[in-house]
Design a binder for this molecule. Sequence first.
Ligand SMILES: *[C@@H]1O[C@H](CO)[C@@H](O)[C@H](O)[C@H]1NC(C)=O
Length: 495
Amino acid sequence: MLPLVLAASLLAPVVAAAAAPRRVITRGDGIIRSPIRAIPDPASKLRVRQNEVEVENQRAGTRYAVEVQVGTPPQTLTLILDTGSPDTWINPSCDTANVPSDCRSFGQFDSAESSSFEATKDRDVLVYGIGNATVQYVYETLTIGSATIEKQQIGIALESHMIPLGILGMSPPLRGVNDYPYVLDTMVDQGLIQSRAFSVDLRGVDNPNGALIFGGIDTGKYIGDLAKLPMLDREDTPLGADRYYVTMTGVGLTLPDGTVTQSEEIAVPVFLDTGSTFTRLPTPIYQAFAASFASAQYDPESGYYFVDCEVTELEGASIDFYFGSKTIRVALNDFIWQVQGYCILGVLPDDEEPILGDTFLRAAYVVFDQDNRNIHIAQAANCGTNLVAIGSGEDAVPSSTGDCTELPTPTAAADSLDVTATRAPTNTFTGTARPTINQGPGPAASKGTGGGTAPQPTTTTTGRSGSQNAAGRGVELGFGAIVTFGVVNLLTLFL
Ligand SMILES: *[C@@H]1O[C@H](CO)[C@@H](O)[C@H](O)[C@H]1NC(C)=O
């Protein structure tokens, strides 16, 4: 049976590209909903207790997780929802997790208690931006929301480092072909959903009841239309890895009085990664954001920019991301981490594979359509629940308008944000203790994921800079011709 499933799955991306939808009989309504929970950062909590620091309104949801059931009878596990890697695996090694006690607070799967457990001899080494896992593959029954997937291939960690929870992998196969059928593929193959599409609604950590919906969208969770953005072809991505890449055409800020500052038109490939705590952008953009805060202090040790916590109270102020005619505004309150009395700008530099991580995704409602290779995006909101099914074929994702009320339209542009050149930080961090943020795993490395049967020695990546594609191609960030304007230190006006 396996060779057939594998063959079908290998063909799938090609078939999809030729716009020939799979014909499937779907059981039930084909919509599977599973809550997403923001998991607070245990390290910061511990530190807070030790140091007895008062931290109000702590914005510490560093990872977004979903509950799944594995085995027969079902055992409940919590997994990180990761659109930056394709493999699903469980049972991290807690002794070598970033925070062992955190890891141990979640349950582990006991294969001896499951009658549906089937081991294979295949092993693999999975390398992430932060951490790695050596897994043995097994077949198991996996239940997500109301969907029970039979004989899903998942990994069980033999050894893992720096990762406190297993991972539910939702990305496309990074090298363009499946090593085996991933969870999303199997859901379609078993008729649970009609096409390989799902929507993600990460909530702010003050209201951590987001949702992962397979085969459906919830029009009660966004404003206006869902903009359809084509996913970049694998060959056009910075390191040649197939990820949920779209083209970001501008960045900017909105001030509390409604005036807008905006960069010139740019064309920066960015991919959407729920497994990355921070947003990671090319250095000039990261520095331009920081330069917009008069209070920003650069910490060379961590790369974080610390800002005055008062900025988080600026109602109406946002960091803005443009995708053609669609703008996603991230409230400062959601973009800035409040940890151990410090406030950290939710962006880090990355000139290789720029990422829109959780600090961006909290403000966006996103539909990932692998079959048609589109990302649909809208400004997130919450005004009820109205589930609409995603069918199959070219227009599988309905173009339904969101039910939530428009945000006030900002007034005319104030100035331009210069994202053309790098600039030296003005102020250096003067604090004494640095807060530690336990970030999500980040994306799977472009190289070293998969290999199915043959575990391959993998270059160790510390941070994300080590990843390179097979062709060794450099990064083309594709900044077009950009007019340079003066730098505006926008939030100086307000602080
Ligand atoms: C996994 O991470 C650990 C700790 O950083 C490192 O010692 C080990 O070499 C890594 N293994 C692989 C296969 O990358």
